[in-house]
Design a protein around this ligand. Structure first.
Ligand code: PMP
Length: 458
């Protein structure tokens, strides 16, 4: 029948959706999106939906940036593919490398390309091992990460990730990844503990973990400046300063995962600038190409590159790389994206509009359901609670943030609920009037969700 041939039915029949409850998906089916229009996407029924998450935090320039389409098309016509293995290179990759190294949040020496943030973090992990091996400390292989972090979905990057649900099905993390407490003051802070005391306690915990594991076994610490997927966890002001002091004392490299925070999201070009992080390795993706083509990069310091060079003298080839790493079309799109960020002063735009979003959300703080509103730049979260005074979380199975996101969707805005956190990360080009659309959808939906909670979730 016509119905069975509909894209909707065909999707259910043939497509596995990642990060999706498969049984529920079979019952409910997908949200079919047909096209993009600025910060909006349009579904199969012709309904315009404001994409308040920019997809997965990545479509920083929205969904109809013709300059990026043109850049991709020009490059496809000129040279659609060439490898960067074995001494081959070409214009957009050469130039993109120089631009990224030149704009990095700390002195960097070289860029190495892949297609996804997960691959960039896998690459970083291998480079940590390679570096310590090269300088005669091959046992320095463990990586410290934080609970609630998200670093990717490959086996190594999912191990770095600190979300229990990413581990339980697959018996991860791999040995050699150690997780410490994340700087989530609202959930991890002790009663009455100030943010600064909390930061000091986490630095002391890190010191203890390093001593327990043996500093001679720890190669690196990886961190998102602001944890995105884990619920937009904004660190206390002195957190990174304290943590970095501990890491430097034990000669532990710092990997800044700038996959979400990079390219303007926090109101600076890099989240590392916002929080005073001085990384040895930077990974980036998403906003690098504004999501118009998959490309990611791992940037390394001069010391790391020097060690790689020395190792290369001994071993020959550097045995790591992806077929599509340094893809010419991705590199061309990334160069054009960076040009747009510069020419339109996208970071300046974020600084101008972000207070409207952040202040507007904070005005919802008194709502019964709202435990905390947090955020920086154009990333934010509303943490829901059953009991404001006791900061009591809702039972996980109620999926209250997901319910809230559903109510917001019915009002024409796409946001993401995960655990008790409703997350926001609109395209960086969002304007005031569009922020207001989000704010009123959130406010009305909070009331609707409160009625649902008060009615016993029915
Ligand atoms: N790091 C961070 C901070 C991320 O948010 C993500 C993706 N959400 C990744 C890494 C992994 O990127 P990808 O999905 O492109 O592999």
């Amino acid at each position: 029948s016509a119905d069975l041939n509909s894209p909707f039915a065909r999707d259910i029949a043939h497509h596995i959706h990642p990060q999706t409850n498969l049984r529920r998906h079979e019952a409910e089916g997908p949200l079919l999106i047909e096209r993009g229009d600025g910060v909006y996407v349009v579904d199969a029924d012709g309904k315009r939906l404001l994409e308040g998450m920019a997809g997965l935090w990545c479509a920083s320039l929205g969904f109809s940036e013709t300059r990026l389409v043109d850049a991709a098309t020009r490059q496809m016509r000129r040279l659609p593919y060439m490898q960067t293995f074995a001494h081959r290179s070409f214009d957009p990759v050469v130039e993109l490398s120089a631009e990224l190294v030149g704009m990095a949040p700390a002195p960097m020496s070289k860029a190495l390309f892949a297609c996804s943030g997960s691959e960039a973090n896998d690459t970083a992990m291998k480079l940590v091992w390679y570096y310590h091996h090269a300088i005669g400390r091959p046992e320095k292989r463990k990586i410290i990460s934080r609970r609630r972090s998200y670093h990717g979905t490959t086996i190594a990057s999912a191990s770095l990730t600190g979300l229990a649900n990413m581990h339980q099905d697959f018996n991860l993390p791999l040995a050699g990844v150690v997780h410490v407490t994340c700087p989530h003051h609202y959930r991890e802070g002790l009663a009455g503990e100030t943010e600064e005391d909390f930061a000091a306690r986490l630095a002391a915990e890190l010191e203890e973990v390093i001593e327990r594991e043996g500093p001679e076994t720890i190669g690196a610490f990886i961190a998102e400046p602001v944890m995105g997927t884990g619920g937009v966890v904004v660190p206390p002001r002195t957190y990174f300063e304290r943590v970095q002091a501990v890491l430097r004392r034990h000669d532990i490299l710092i990997i800044a995962d700038e996959v979400i925070c990079g390219f303007g999201r926090t109101g600076n070009m890099w989240g590392s600038q916002t929080y005073g992080i001085k990384p040895d390795i930077v990974t980036c993706a998403k906003g690098l190409s504004a999501a118009y083509f998959p490309i990611s990069a791992t940037l390394v310091s001069q010391a790391i590159y020097d060690a790689m060079l020395a190792e290369s003298d001994k071993l020959g080839n550097f045995s790591h790389g992806f077929t599509y790493g340094g893809h010419p079309v991705g590199a061309a799109v990334a160069r054009e994206t960076l040009a747009i960020y510069r020419e339109r002063d996208i970071v300046g735009h974020v600084r101008r509009v972000a207070p409207r979003l952040q202040d507007g959300l904070r005005r919802l703080s008194d709502h019964r359901l709202v435990g905390e509103v947090r955020g920086v730049g154009l990333m934010a979260a509303i943490e829901l609670t059953m009991d404001k005074a006791a900061r009591k979380p809702f039972p996980a199975e109620r999926k209250v943030a997901g319910h809230l996101a559903g109510a917001i969707h019915r009002r024409g805005v796409l946001l993401r609920g995960l655990g008790d956190a409703l997350m926001l990360s609109p395209p960086l080009i969002i304007e005031d009037a569009e922020i207001d659309v989000i704010l009123s959808a959130v406010a009305e939906s909070l009331d609707e969700t409160q009625a649902w909670v008060a009615g016993g979730f029915g």
